[in-house]
Ligand binder design. Structure first.
Ligand code: COI
Length: 363
């Protein structure tokens, strides 16, 4: 268990309009910081006022991208308390990423304690408007001042918080996605299953091109044959074909989404057939042409459950479910968000509640 110092901000920020948050535009009054030094391990965990960092320009993170991040959310319940959704899963995934890019492990219980302590400190920032939440962004950066290409000997683990609305401007309306067949996101043996910032930086050119053409996101294909579906820019992807649901198997180049895992468990509990396997674009196009492609949706912490209404592949457009949200997509959305906001019973043990007795409200 960590002993976390709490240094309160002297001046609190004005809060933004909770009906107009967008995603990742505002940050709360405090942040969590913990230092790592080789020989000392993790030390000095603290919650302190949100402020700029002071780093040496030669810090490893700036040159060789030794960095990782996580994403989870805190949800305001109707009774005023706050829910977290499976924070231990983020802690486990953080450690898998850290292993991959040679950064030190953080005990999962310390990770969860840090998240809980920071959210509790900034509890008044958890918005209550429909569809809003407090996005939690833990991240680790390599801080050793050196230009040697070696794992850093020092790190910062930090958590920042951002009150958010929908990730996509479409909200729960279906998005159109562009199947990228030139650039690739990840290959086996690479860092596709790790949550490292470099993967997202490398994906931006395809995302930018897709956006310029009016698409919300890119659907990535496998790096070798450019044929098998992997994931969408900020979410995992599911296809419902003739009553069965398919999602790409975790092959090493796909991010193991926590929402993805939860959706698979929900579908199983409803006895809806769900298959994790390799899915080719040929299968998707054929199903679409035959009228068998019933629903497509993405899953992610930021994106929640996002219906896909159109797929653009090699110059052709395929419309899904009349560009409307399908019944399974709707049921998953209602159940998952219902659990997260405390309106649907959680039979899975996914929800952790943070008491918010001292909440002074948004203003
Ligand atoms: C999340 O859903 O938390 C993500 O990591 C997506 C993010 C890159 C916006």
């Amino acid at each position: 268990m960590l002993t976390i110092d709490i240094i309160k901000a002297k001046q609190l920020k004005d809060k933004p309009d909770p009906n107009n948050l967008g995603f990742g535009n505002y940050f709360t009054d405090h942040m969590f910081v913990m230092d790592y030094q080789e020989g000392m391990g993790w030390h000095n965990p603290r919650v302190k006022p949100y402020e700029d960092l002071h780093l040496d320009p030669s810090a490893v993170v700036f040159h060789y991208g030794q960095e990782m991040f996580e994403g989870l959310k805190a949800y305001r319940r109707q009774d005023g308390e706050i829910n977290l959704f499976r924070p231990d899963m983020n802690g486990k995934r953080l450690n898998n990423t850290n292993d991959r890019i040679c950064m030190p492990q953080i005990p999962v219980e310390d990770f969860v304690q840090a998240v809980r302590t920071l959210v509790h400190t900034d509890a008044s920032w958890v918005p209550e408007e429909a569809g809003t939440s407090l996005y939690i962004r833990p991240f680790v950066i390599a801080t050793e001042p050196t230009l040697m290409v070696n794992p850093s000997k020092s790190y910062l683990f930090m958590i920042i918080l951002s009150p958010v609305g929908a990730y996509y401007k479409e909200g729960l309306n279906p998005v159109r996605i562009y199947v990228e067949d030139t650039y690739v996101r990840a290959s086996k043996g690479g860092v596709g299953e790790a949550k490292t910032g470099g993967s997202y930086g490398a994906s931006m050119i395809a995302q930018k091109n897709a956006k310029n053409e009016g698409f919300a996101q890119v659907l990535w294909l496998d790096a070798i044959e450019h044929r098998y579906v992997e994931e969408v820019g900020t979410m995992n992807i599911f296809f419902k074909i003739r009553g069965k649901v398919y999602t790409p198997a975790l092959s090493g180049s796909i991010l193991p989404g926590i929402t993805r895992d939860s959706v698979i468990s929900l579908l199983k509990s409803w006895d809806i057939p769900i298959y994790e396997e390799r899915i080719s674009m040929d299968t998707i196009i054929e199903a679409s042409k035959n009228g068998d492609l019933e629903e497509v949706f993405g899953t992610g912490t930021a994106a929640v459950i996002s219906p896909v209404g159109g797929i653009h592949f090699k110059g052709l457009d395929f419309v899904v479910h009349n560009n409307e949200i399908g019944p399974i997509t709707r049921r998953i959305y209602d159940t998952l968000t219902g659990m997260q906001y405390g309106n649907v019973k959680d039979d899975f043990g996914w929800i952790e509640t943070i008491e918010d007795k001292n909440d002074h409200g948004w203003l």
